[in-house]
Design a protein around this ligand. Structure first.
Ligand code: UN1
Length: 510
């Protein structure tokens, strides 16, 4: 299904400007280097000045100076800034969702959901600001106390991607701020307006709560701009979300200067469907994860590993559901699939489908371009399902588009081998009503991913858990649980409150 009548670029520009104004964002009068576009039409919204190297250095210097003060403010008081940010995000939820739809192409409900994810992490971080616990260990020496303290780390550089233009920034920023760090953000150059709105709201929260200026800085720009953060010795932690190719460059460069890195890179997420699965429930989970967000989540479902006894029935139901997914204007109520971010993303999708067919794959539905006459520079596409004879090279690659490859298996061991037989390790799920199968999937010799689910899809994680994955996904963990530790430094403290000086390990000296 395709919905027609797209809004025009001029109308979208006006809507974006209104939303920005309501958020209190100042739009620079002129300048080039960054072009804000909308994937709804492929049209240009406006150009913006990219940060210069001198400007970036000044922003990092301001963040470093602010860190000197911010780290001394008690964490529960730092929480007041994040609490205020959460209030402002709640007040401007509609405005931010509007910008997310205009710049990233998300349907309304998912755009609102992304802003909710920001509000949720602010709540989490405010609670955390009173729970940055260290441990006390039993000292082996009499009259001694052994414990650890967690201290603020420094300036955190956040590099985020277009597909979650605000949530991933907020995971990093809300946690970093309560941890006593200051933040410099380099958003995707595809979503600069959304970033300006968030930065304006955080700026307001900072002035409302008396936080030092420079607690948060924004660098708009492309790759060069990200490189300035990556190579700057003053940036203690670089938290980067993006492609494996990006991570391969960022990781070693940050390590070479002994900086810390938190990488959240690609996924090639799979769901195993066993014969005992509730197929109707599985279909809903699969379709949301595979076709939702037009397949442009790190957590999007890309591989379906189905037991051969249920494969035909399941595939038929998935293909049927795909045929009824409304593709089109993401603002329109009822649309479930918005545009891809660019025509280049569509080209990558087409290339992958050609490669899959060359490997013997059969495209069961999708891959067709929609609304081409109305919006030739946009990329609306029918989400694709491809039945594959084997897990070939193209299946092992992440294509950032709605392609679901279907593979079949006979034994659970075989399914798990196929499941883990890709270079990425972000998210995974199993659909089953058999407890042994579920537990095996979650066990040490089961899914090798950072996220392993039962009877829900691979995408749409809550903020309360740690988010991230293994292997080429980069190993970082963000968001909930104890992911905050990556944003702090640990000091081990031994205090002697006796009159003696016993040495550890029974050593005698002096
Ligand atoms: C991402 O795609 O980079 O689990 C983040 C999810 C979202 C976050 C995805 N909560 O799908």
């Amino acid at each position: 299904m395709t919905t027609t009548a797209l809004p025009g670029t001029d109308a979208l520009r006006a809507r974006a400007e209104d939303a920005l104004r309501r958020c209190g964002a100042q739009l620079p009068a002129g300048g080039t280097g960054v072009t804000a576009r909308t994937p709804l039409t492929g049209g240009t919204l406006r150009t913006l000045p990219a940060a210069t190297p001198e400007g970036a250095a000044a922003t990092i210097a301001a963040a470093e100076a602010a860190f000197g003060e911010w780290r001394t403010i008690p964490a529960p008081r730092r929480g007041a800034l994040v609490k205020r940010l959460g209030e402002l995000l709640t007040e401007h939820k509609e405005d931010l969702a509007e910008l997310v739809t205009i710049e990233a192409g998300k349907i309304r409900s998912e755009a609102l959901g992304e802003v909710q994810e920001m509000i949720d992490i602010c709540d989490f971080a405010v609670g955390l600001s009173r729970q940055l616990y260290g441990r006390t260990m039993a000292s082996e020496r009499p009259g001694h106390r052994l414990s650890e303290s967690w201290h603020p780390l420094g300036v955190v550089g956040v590099i985020s991607a277009f597909n979650f233009p605000v949530a991933v920034w907020s995971w990093n920023t809300a946690i970093a701020l309560v941890c006593g760090d200051t933040v410099v953000w380099k958003p995707s150059e595809l979503t600069p307006l959304t970033a300006l709105a968030c930065a304006a709201l955080l700026g307001r929260a900072a002035s409302d709560t008396g936080a030092p200026e420079g607690v948060h800085g924004l660098l708009l720009g492309g790759r060069d701009c990200g490189e300035l953060l990556v190579d700057d010795e003053r940036v203690a932690l670089v938290s980067a979300t993006g492609s494996v190719r990006m991570g391969r460059e960022v990781g070693p460069r940050v390590a070479a200067r002994f900086g810390r890195c938190l990488l959240e890179l690609g996924g090639n997420n799979a769901a195993v469907v066993t014969p005992s699965a509730d197929l109707a429930l599985a279909v809903r989970g699969i379709v949301f994860s595979a076709a939702g967000t037009a397949g442009q989540r790190c957590t999007s479902l890309r591989r379906l590993i189905v037991h051969e006894d249920v494969a035909d029935a399941l595939v038929e139901q998935v293909v049927h559901a795909y045929g009824r997914l409304p593709v089109g204007d993401p603002f329109r109520p009822g649309t479930l699939i918005g545009p891809l971010i660019s025509t280049a993303a569509y080209d990558a999708m087409t290339k992958a489908l050609v490669a899959a067919q060359a490997d013997g794959g059969k495209v069961l539905t999708g891959g067709d371009r929609r609304l081409r006459d109305e919006a030739p520079e946009a990329a609306y596409v029918g989400p694709a399902v491809v039945r594959m004879p084997a897990q070939t090279a193209i299946v092992r690659e992440e294509t950032f588009a709605p392609i679901l490859y279907v593979l079949t298996y006979r034994t659970l061991d075989e399914a798990i081998e196929l499941h883990n037989g890709v270079p990425q390790g972000l998210s995974s799920s199993i659909f089953t009503r058999d407890q042994r199968e579920a537990e095996r999937f979650l066990a040490a010799d089961g899914s090798d991913c950072g996220i392993a689910n039962v009877n829900i899809g691979t995408s749409g994680a809550e903020i309360g858990g740690a988010f991230g994955g293994e292997k080429q996904t980069g190993g970082g963990r963000e968001s909930g649980s104890d992911a905050w530790r990556a944003y702090m430094r640990r000091a081990t403290n031994t205090v002697n409150h006796s009159d003696e000086l016993p040495l550890a390990q029974g050593v005698n000296f002096l």
